[in-house]
Write a protein that binds this ligand. Structure first.
Ligand code: PEP
Ligand code: MG
Length: 325
């Protein structure tokens, strides 16, 4: 099987009916670009930039950001790279968390909320991403957006950074696409409005599952409830994809759900055509894409829409997948 997966590298993720699926990689470190390349990724769908902040007490300087981002941009040789702005807090702490600080860190000051409270730090990162956009095809993405005001505020900080660079004559891509993650149910509920102000969307199921089902993603005592197979989660994803399509906005998925081949048919059937997965999962997901037709996937999605429990969804999807290979 390993050899067979290897040969998949240079083959497109194309369904039997000729529909081309875009397979992107998720990375945390610039060194992982190579793994994406080795597995034939069409680009990077999620560059988690937190590593720059972790394990240090001070804020990384703009040049440290720029060195990392421009390296990734250059090494991708014109393929798209979605850079996500800092997603610190909750599961991604800079130093050991003080339990007194926040009772519910996942509902607290994390991610874009933290960035908007630390605008100087945020601006430094945005400047570096903008500067890197002169060296490749960069898209910028805000994490954990839960209200329209947050998106507007983040875009205002970005506009400020753009103006500063322009003033200083520093090159950057003026038309850099600016998108947001869909990982809070409120973002799905308000998606028709977000579609007017966001250039693209990426569904983050790791967080969407926990906020949809009220299940801490890192708590093993409730881990059995935490599953992408839950019909409520699938409905949210379905809603997000249909709304984005209605408003002609590109939408992809970058949560772990789409790196699991069990869900590939369902996700294609719902209408997703761009999947961003951990590099090691690219060959297997690609293999499923190359073995199915969209019509077949749409039938799978239709069957799943009628199911009521995560267990039924998993059983059904396992059965369908076993029929493919
Ligand atoms: C997600 O929430 O699905 C996601 C991709 O972001 P992270 O896992 O970094 O929170
Ligand atoms: Mg997330």
């Amino acid at each position: 099987l390993a050899v067979k997966l290897e040969t998949l590298r240079d083959l497109p993720a194309e369904t039997t009916c000729g529909c081309r699926i875009t397979m992107l990689g998720n990375i945390e470190f610039p060194s992982e670009v190579q793994q994406c390349d080795e597995r034939g990724a069409d680009g990077i769908g999620l560059y988690r930039t937190e590593f720059l902040y972790l394990g240090r007490d001070d804020d990384p300087p703009e040049e440290a950001h720029f060195a990392a981002y421009s390296e990734v941009a250059r090494e991708m040789h014109g393929k798209p790279v979605v850079m996500r702005t800092l997603d610190l807090g909750a599961d991604k702490m800079r130093t050991l968390p003080d339990p007194e600080d926040e009772r519910n860190p996942f509902l607290g000051l994390r991610s874009i909320r933290l960035a908007l409270k630390n605008r100087d730090m945020f601006r430094v990162q945005l400047r570096a991403i903008l500067r890197a956009s002169a060296h490749g095809q960069i898209k910028l993405m805000f994490p954990l957006v839960s209200t329209m005001l947050e998106l507007r505020q983040a875009k205002m900080v970005l506009a400020d950074a753009m103006e500063d660079l322009e003033e200083a004559g520093i090159p950057f891509d003026r038309n850099i696409p600016v998108g947001m993650m869909v990982e809070v149910p409120s973002a799905v509920i308000m998606m028709d409005r977000f579609a007017e102000e966001s250039d693209f969307f990426s569904i983050g199921t790791n967080d969407l599952i926990q906020y949809c089902l009220a299940v801490d993603r890192s708590n093993k005592d409730v881990a059995s409830l935490y599953t992408a197979a839950d019909p409520a989660v699938i409905r949210l994803i379905d809603m997000a994809v249909q709304t984005a399509k209605r408003f002609d906005r590109p939408i992809s998925m970058c949560g772990q759900m789409c790196g699991n081949p069990l869900y590939t048919m369902l996700l294609l059937g719902i209408g997703l055509r761009t999947l961003s997965v951990t590099p090691s999962a690219i060959p297997e997901v690609k293999r499923v894409c190359r073995s199915v037709s969209i019509e077949q996937c749409e039938r799978v999605a239709e069957q799943v829409r009628a199911l009521e429990t995560a267990r039924d969804v998993k059983t059904y999807l396992k059965e369908e997948l076993s029929r493919v290979f």
